[in-house]
Design a protein around this ligand. Structure first.
Ligand code: FEO
Length: 399
């Protein structure tokens, strides 16, 4: 690939990782990019680096524009290794006059790299630095999604370098939002939000309000992953506003794992019942669906109905793992219900209900269990339960 000027003397110099398929438990079927930006002015600044494995791509892209040793400032918006893994080698190569980061970034850099004599300088929220004709305005975005996270706003060009926010794990040869398929782009943007940012939704609401209050004009949002937003800025900000509200659409998910298909029979009957109320419903078998794709569906669903057979007095491992993952992401404002078949002890339904109670889901059913194989009458009961859940979705999405 080639470096690319995205706006007056602001260049993309990052790396494309076509092959990554797993990001600490998040499936990245479409690969990703590690974006870094070089700004040429009286002072030359590099915003973020890349994953260590992709350092040569970064260096190659920088060298198309400038000798790396001519870079004056390094700006570290986020210390997670996909953006800072190449930092020690880049500091060695560049020998920067200064490395700017947030106060928490300073701590994180020290705790990651234990540097001896790096010219680190912590900036405050709202602080600015001048590169010559361009001003960089730093915005602390603590816990979005690490304590050290910050945005850099290039004031004169109205470019927001947004770190992980508004990113997508989406490897493409195109660099802009209007050059790729919009529905695929939004799907990857939603997946990123669902799997990285859901638990920080209250902070996102505050951040969006703050940006509005500051009257920040934005011509371009340049995230650290995926394509750069220039034509669909309003769409992505609106999507973040909607997702952070956790409202949930008129949609239900029936998520299950099954042992000998009895729980699957129940799942199908419950799906039928929900569908009969006119509510959109999706049946998801955890054996064939990655937990991070399930979370993308959870993002805008109103009801999460969980089904699992009992194994060794507990849940099947796939459901237990999914619940552990979902609990960490803390989706809120959901309707919940549980069901499952069992042989003799039957603890799974109780355990799923307990997990949903912990997430403060509104549990609208006590839970439905059948021994071994459900009869036709039992399945009718499942259909009825599905109808009641569908009705609850309708009522709660009307509010
Ligand atoms: Fe893309 Fe939080 O690192």
């Amino acid at each position: 690939m080639k470096s690319l000027e995205i706006k007056n003397n602001i260049f993309w110099v990052g790396a494309i990782d076509w092959n990554v398929r797993d990001f600490h438990g998040y499936s990245t079927y479409k690969g990703t990019t590690y974006n870094a930006y070089l700004v040429k002015d009286e002072k030359i600044a590099l915003f973020d680096t890349v994953k260590k494995s992709h350092m040569q791509d970064l260096v190659h892209h920088i060298k198309q524009l400038v000798d790396p040793s001519k870079i004056d400032y390094l700006i570290v918006n986020h210390v997670e290794m996909d953006h800072s893994g190449a930092l020690p080698e880049m500091v060695e190569l560049i020998k920067p006059e200064k490395i700017f980061c947030s106060r928490m970034g300073l701590k994180a850099i020290n705790e990651h790299f234990h540097p001896k004599d790096w010219p680190l300088e912590a900036v405050e929220n709202g602080q600015t630095i001048s590169l010559g004709s361009k001003t960089v305005h730093f915005l602390e975005t603590r816990m979005l999604h690490w304590p050290d996270s910050m945005f850099s706003y290039l004031q004169e060009d109205k470019v927001l370098i947004s770190s992980d926010a508004f990113g997508q794990h989406y490897a493409t040869s195109e660099r802009f939002d209007d050059e790729v398929d919009f529905s695929q782009l939004m799907e990857q943007t939603a997946k990123y939000y669902a799997n990285i940012l859901t638990l920080y939704s209250p902070l996102i609401r505050k951040l969006l309000a703050k940006v509005q209050e500051m009257g920040l004009e934005i011509d371009m949002i340049a995230p650290d992953h995926g394509v750069i937003w220039r034509s669909h800025i309003k769409d992505v900000i609106q999507a973040y506003a909607d997702w952070s509200q956790n409202k949930g659409q008129r949609k239900a998910l029936v998520i299950y794992d099954t042992m000998w298909q009895s729980t699957e029979m129940m799942a199908k009957a419950i799906t039928t019942g929900i569908n009969m109320t006119g509510v959109s419903v999706k049946l998801i078998n955890l054996a064939v669906t990655h937990r991070s794709d399930v979370m993308t569906d959870v993002l805008n669903a109103k009801a999460v109905v969980l089904g699992c057979a009992t194994l060794n007095n507990g849940m099947l491992p796939r459901m237990a793992g999914f619940l552990m993952y979902m609990r960490g992401l803390k989706p809120t404002n959901k309707i919940g219900a549980a069901f499952g078949s069992f042989g003799w002890s039957g603890e799974a339904v109780k355990l799923m209900n307990a997990a949903m109670e912990e997430m403060k889901f509104d549990i609208v059913e006590p839970g439905l269990r059948f021994k071994y194989v459900p009869s036709h009458t039992d399945l009718q009961e499942c259909v009825e339960m599905g109808k009641r859940i569908g009705q609850a979705v309708i009522t709660q999405t009307e509010e």
